[in-house]
Design a protein around this ligand. Structure first.
Ligand code: SAM
Length: 475
C-alpha cells in the first residue's frame, strides 16, 4: 500500500462531523476518510487488528479499512466505503424509521457480544443503501464501560420511540407534525414535544410503551420530567429515580431485545390513502406486455437506451415506474408526499431486494439543510430525474410556475430529465384548467423552460392527451 501524506491544513473536514471528538470525517479525491485522534487511535487500531471491524460488516457496519493516507495530526486514518445517498430520518417513511431503530438494536447486540456498544443511539448514524440499513458512525463505537446509559436511553427515546409513537397515533394524522419537529430538532422528537401534543390517553399509552421497552424506572423518570405534580414526584422517589450507569449498562442488551419486541408489533398507522390506491396500472408486469400503454413502452426504451446509473423519481406514488427503473439496473431514489404510498414502496423494495430508496418529501417544500446535514439538492442529485404525471399537481395545486419547477428539477439532474406533460384537455385536469386562471400551463411554455436549462429537448409518446419530454444537458 503506497502511503500518501497529507497536511491537515489542506484537508477539508466535513462541517457535519467536526463536533465528534472520536474522529472527524473528510473527503479526498472523492473518497471518504475518518481521521482518528491519538486519544482513541489505539482502541480502534486494536478493533481493526483483531478482525472485529471486519466481523461487524455483515452485521451492518459500513465497510471500513486502514487507509493509505497519513495525516500529520492523527496517528490513524481509516477509509469508509461511500454510501451513495445520504438521507436523514426526517425523510424516511414510518416503516423505514422503525427498521432503522430495530437495526440499531441489532447492531448494539452485535457490539455487546464483543464488550462494545454505541455511545449514542442516533438514527442519523444509519444510512440506507436501497432498503438496506448501514451503520456509518464508526467513531461512536466504544467499550461498553464508556457508554453513558443515560445518554443512550435518552437517544432511544428522542430518535426512535418518540417520533415513531407520535407518527403512530390518531391513524397517522400527526405524521406531518412529527416530521416538522424532527426537521427543526435535527431528527429528534423530545419527550417535552410529545407531552404537549398527546392527549391524556395517548400519553398513558406512550408511558406504557416506554415501560415495556426500558422498564418502570425510565418511564417514571419521563413522568417526573414532564409532570411536576406531587404524585409524580412521589412515585419517582418511591421507584428510586434513574438506574445508576453500571446497572443500566448491564441492561443495554435487555433494552435492545425489549425495544425490538415492541417495535415489531407497531403497524403502519395509515390503512388507506387516495394515492396509495390510485394507480390503475399497478397490476401490470414489469416485462414488456400487450397491456402496456405507449408511456410504459417509451419509459422502458429510454431507460434501456440511456442506462442512467442513478435515477430520482419525483412523485413516484407506489412506484410502478420506480421498480421498472430499478429492474433496468439503476439505483433509484423515489420521493412522494403521500406517506402510505412511500411506505408501501419501501416494503416492496425491501421484500424484493430492489435498489430503491423511498423518501417522504413534498417537492414544493423540500427538507432544507440543517446544521447537521446539507440540503436535499446536495444529497440526492441523480444522473436522471423523472417527473411523470406530476407537474399539473404543482401548477394547479401549489401554484408553482413552470420555470420554477423546471429549474428545481434541473438542479437535481446531472444529465437527463424525463418529464410528462398532461394537456389541459385531458380528463384528469380538464376541470382544474377551466376553473383556474393559469393559461401559461402549455406544452410550448414547458419546452421553452426546459430549453433554458437543457441543451437538447425531444418528445416521446405517452398516452391519451399526454406527452413525455426527454431533456438532456450538455456533454
Ligand atoms: C399521478 S401520480 C404519478 C405517479 C407516477 N409518477 C406515474 O407517472 O404514474 C402523482 C403523484 O405525485 C405525488 N405528488 C403530488 N404533489 C406532490 C408534491 N408536491 N411533492 C411530491 N409528490 C407529490 C402524489 O402523491 C402522487 O403519488
Amino acid at each position: 500500500m503506497k502511503e500518501v501524506r497529507l497536511d491537515s491544513q489542506n484537508v477539508r473536514f466535513s462541517p457535519y462531523s467536526h463536533l465528534d471528538s472520536r474522529g472527524a470525517v473528510f473527503e479526498w479525491e472523492g473518497r471518504i476518510f475518518r481521521a482518528i485522534p491519538a486519544s482513541v487511535a489505539g482502541f480502534y487500531q486494536d478493533l481493526l487488528d483483531r478482525g472485529v471491524v471486519e466481523a461487524l460488516q455483515p452485521r451492518g457496519l459500513v465497510p471500513t479499512k486502514v487507509s493509505d493516507l497519513k495525516l500529520d495530526s492523527c496517528p490513524l486514518v481509516v477509509e469508509h466505503e461511500r454510501v451513495p445517498f445520504w438521507t436523514v430520518p426526517t425523510e424516511w417513511p414510518f416503516s423505514m424509521l422503525r427498521d432503522a431503530t430495530e437495526f440499531l438494536c441489532d447492531f448494539n447486540l452485535a457490539l455487546l457480544e464483543r464488550g462494545l456498544a454505541t455511545v449514542d443511539f442516533c438514527t442519523r448514524n444509519v444510512f440506507f443503501q436501497g432498503a438496506k440499513p448501514t451503520f456509518v458512525d464508526f467513531g461512536s463505537i466504544a467499550a461498553v464501560g464508556e457508554v453513558s446509559a443515560e445518554v443512550w436511553v435518552e437517544d432511544v427515546l428522542k430518535y426512535g420511540l418518540n417520533p415513531l409513537f407520535l407518527m403512530s397515533v390518531r391513524g397517522g394524522k400527526l405524521m406531518p407534525h412529527a416530521r416538522f419537529i424532527m426537521h427543526r430538532s435535527m431528527c429528534q422528537v423530545n419527550v417535552e414535544d410529545l407531552f404537549l401534543l398527546l392527549r391524556p390517553g395517548e400519553w398513558l399509552r406512550y408511558l406504557w410503551m416506554a415501560e415495556r421497552c426500558l422498564g418502570a424506572r425510565w418511564a417514571l423518570s419521563i413522568v417526573r420530567r414532564t409532570r411536576r405534580t406531587r404524585v409524580a414526584a412521589k412515585a419517582a422517589k418511591v421507584a428510586g429515580g434513574l438506574l445508576p450507569d453500571p446497572a443500566a449498562r448491564d441492561a443495554l442488551g435487555d433494552y435492545c431485545q425489549r425495544i425490538k419486541a415492541v417495535l415489531s408489533a407497531l403497524p403502519h398507522p395509515i390503512a388507506k390513502s387516495y394515492w396509495a390506491e390510485y394507480y390503475r396500472y399497478a397490476h401490470l408486469p414489469h416485462t414488456p406486455s400487450d397491456e402496456w400503454t405507449p408511456k410504459h413502452r417509451s419509459v422502458h426504451r429510454i431507460l434501456n437506451d440511456l442506462k442512467p446509473a442513478t435515477v430520482l423519481d419525483v412523485g413516484s406514488n407506489v412506484g410502478w415506474f420506480t421498480k421498472l427503473t430499478a429492474l433496468a439496473g439503476s439505483q433509484v431514489v423515489a420521493l412522494d408526499v403521500d406517506e402510505l404510498s412511500v411506505d408501501r414502496l419501501y416494503s416492496d423494495a425491501k421484500e424484493k431486494g430492489l435498489n430503491i430508496l423511498p423518501l417522504v418529501m413534498d417537492f414544493t417544500v423540500p427538507w432544507d439543510s440543517t446544521p447537521r446535514h446539507p440540503s436535499t439538492e446536495a444529497r440526492i442529485p441523480c444522473d436522471m430525474v423523472m417527473a411523470m404525471a406530476l407537474i399539473h399537481h404543482l401548477v394547479f395545486g401549489r401554484y408553482m410556475h413552470l420555470d420554477n419547477i423546471v429549474s428545481r428539477l434541473a438542479r437535481l439532474s446531472k444529465r437527463w430529465l424525463l418529464i410528462e406533460f398532461i394537456a389541459p384537455e385531458d380528463d384528469a385536469i380538464k376541470s382544474w384548467y377551466a376553473s383556474s386562471s393559469i393559461p401559461s400551463y402549455t406544452l410550448d411554455n414547458l419546452l421553452q423552460a426546459l430549453k433554458r436549462y437543457f441543451a437538447k429537448v425531444e418528445t416521446h409518446e405517452s398516452y391519451a392527451h399526454r406527452v413525455l419530454v426527454l431533456a438532456t444537458k450538455e456533454g
